[in-house]
Design a protein around this ligand. Structure first.
Ligand SMILES: Nc1ncnc2c1ncn2[C@@H]1O[C@H](COP(=O)(O)OP(=O)(O)OP(=O)(O)O)[C@@H](O)[C@H]1O
Ligand SMILES: [Mg+2]
Length: 253
């Protein structure tokens, strides 16, 4: 498919104009970054895996009635999505303490929380995506109180869906981050899950062994990232069971 002009190049993806107005082609790169891009590398095959995994999760969410930006996968590295106005928040849902929460509160990573906790950071690379109190969100006009109600309900539905899907394949969903976009249908606007859902944006631990199967493998130098993501893809049936870890993208179409 002929893609249009480049709109934006981020750390993990490139956005191009789509074939029709209101559509965007998302191209998944192999670049991995962590700690606000202080640590960088190119991980062979990561983009291919994330494109497939994000397709899998977005389709599943669509099937249970959670609206997403996903339209269709175009090829190994590209998917067609609805263009949205991204709400400048990272919506983080946590089931177990890890990462910044564990550090901030002095909790051991993996401590189960008594209920899912939703928190928000303001999407601004220059500021390092700071955690913000919910009160800031309406005060600075990033989202209305009605939007925040919808966002909370979407976030918890995504959490229930992802936790269940992961539990079914022996993986514990520790936490994840999503982005929410606004789309307009005539005079109506609604919120959809946008960006991506992949092991780049989740913490996933093997239930039996505690092995990390997410971007912490890269952040903390715990081994081969593509092996970890391939393991998730195989368990979910996104990659054939006997597939060897992807290094050559020709393994899947
Ligand atoms: N459906 C969509 N419509 C418009 N923009 C989108 C959509 N889905 C995702 N985006 C935006 O596209 C960009 C994806 O690129 P990438 O994930 O590489 O960005 P990034 O380096 O993480 O930077 P950012 O801080 O902007 O998220 C993000 O800015 C994301 O908010
Ligand atoms: Mg991003």
């Amino acid at each position: 498919m002929a893609r249009g002009k480049k709109i934006y190049e981020g750390k993990a993806k490139v956005l191009y104009e789509g074939p029709e107005p209101g559509t965007i082609v998302q191209y998944f790169k192999d670049d991995a970054t962590a700690f606000n891009a202080e640590k960088k590398d190119v991980i062979d095959g990561k983009g291919v895996l994330n494109n497939r995994l994000s397709e899998f999760f977005m389709l599943g969410l669509g099937q249970i009635g959670v609206p997403t930006h996903f339209l269709k996968r175009l090829n190994m590295r590209e998917q067609l999505v609805r263009s949205c106005e991204i709400i400048p928040l990272e919506v983080i849902v946590r089931n177990f303490a890890a990462g910044s929460m564990a550090k901030r509160l002095g909790l051991e990573e993996g401590t189960q929380l008594s209920r899912p906790v939703v928190e928000y950071s303001y999407k601004d690379d220059a500021l390092g995506d700071p955690l913000v109190p919910e009160e800031y969100i309406a005060a600075f006009g990033w989202a209305s109180p009605q939007d925040m109600e919808d966002i909370l309900s979407i976030a918890l539905r995504v959490n229930d869906f992802l936790s269940g899907v992961m539990y079914g394949v022996g993986i514990k969903l520790i936490d994840f981050k999503i982005e929410i976009g606004r789309v307009y249908d005539g005079d109506f606007q609604r919120l959809v899950v946008a960006d991506e859902i992949s092991p780049d944006s989740c913490r996933l631990w093997d239930i039996e062994t505690g092995r990390k199967l997410d971007k912490d493998v890269f952040r903390r130098d715990l081994g081969n990232l593509t092996d970890a993501y391939s393991e998730v893809a195989r368990r979910l049936g996104v990659l054939p069971k006997n597939a060897t870890p992807i290094t050559k993208p020709t393994l899947i179409n």
